[in-house]
Design a protein around this ligand. Structure first.
Ligand code: PGA
Length: 235
């Protein structure tokens, strides 16, 4: 069976009423498939709202605290995410690396927290447009993978998201993504699951999912529209 994981990353979007419409649409039309998993990562305050609909989805967090419970104001820790029903946590999304300067050391701590709580990390990597043009993709990715190489667990997923493809409407070609995925798998061990993310939509999802080294998709903008994510799930 060719299993694929589709991850919906809502980023900092949503409202109680918009989420309600989205959930109702999924409740009515999501027909669970044995070879597909849909994981939804809403903003933290909406995790419980999503859970209340008992959809055939799994829940993920968009980030995780690098610290255990305690005096860390504003942090959402791994135990809380488990408590809210999360099974996955995005770590190192390029928006956080870029906007918040998340370092390799910090990402290593987040990975340790996730793994310690049995949350599956979805560790994001990807080169900038300048690095892409300079042919530095593989060396940049190898560098970004360092925190995951140090982790004493095989229970993680990698998401390859070229920064130049995120939210731009300019997805990588499936062939290019497939070759980078093959490099990541060679670097980490052949069994690693690698997702592609960056301007995935209902029209192009199928051509990515057809690639041998693409184990699934990380979908941002298109996941906010229930019909689009349903169509991507069924691709
Ligand atoms: P996009 O975002 O699908 O809107 O390009 C993907 C992501 O950032 O995870």
């Amino acid at each position: 069976m060719n299993e694929k994981l589709i991850v919906a990353n809502w980023k900092s979007n949503g409202s109680r009423s918009a989420n309600e419409n989205w959930c109702r649409e999924l409740k009515a039309h999501l027909a669970a498939q044995a070879d597909r998993t849909l994981c939804v990562c809403p903003p933290f305050p909406y995790l419980d709202q999503l859970r209340s609909y008992n959809l055939a989805i799994q829940l993920g967090a968009q980030d995780i605290s690098a610290y255990p419970p305690g005096a860390h104001t504003g942090e959402v820790n791994a135990a809380m995410l488990r408590d809210m029903g999360c099974q996955y946590a995005l770590i190192g999304h390029s928006e956080r690396r870029g906007l918040l300067n998340e370092s390799a050391e910090l990402l290593g701590k987040k990975l340790a927290q996730a793994i310690g709580a049995e949350l599956k990390p979805i560790f994001c990597v990807g080169e900038s447009h300048t690095q892409y043009q300079a042919g530095q993709t593989n060396s940049i990715i190898k560098q970004q993978l360092e925190p995951i190489i140090k982790v004493k667990s095989q229970n993680f997923i990698i998401a390859y998201e070229p920064v130049w493809a995120i939210g731009t409407g300019l997805a990588a070609t499936p062939e290019y993504a497939n070759s980078v995925h093959s490099f990541i798998k060679k670097t980490l061990g052949g069994a690693t699951q690698v997702l592609y993310g960056g301007s995935i939509n209902a029209q192009n999802a199928h051509s990515f999912l057809a690639c041998a080294h693409i184990a699934g998709l990380l979908v941002g903008g298109a996941s906010l529209d229930a019909k689009s994510i349903l169509s991507i799930y069924q691709s």
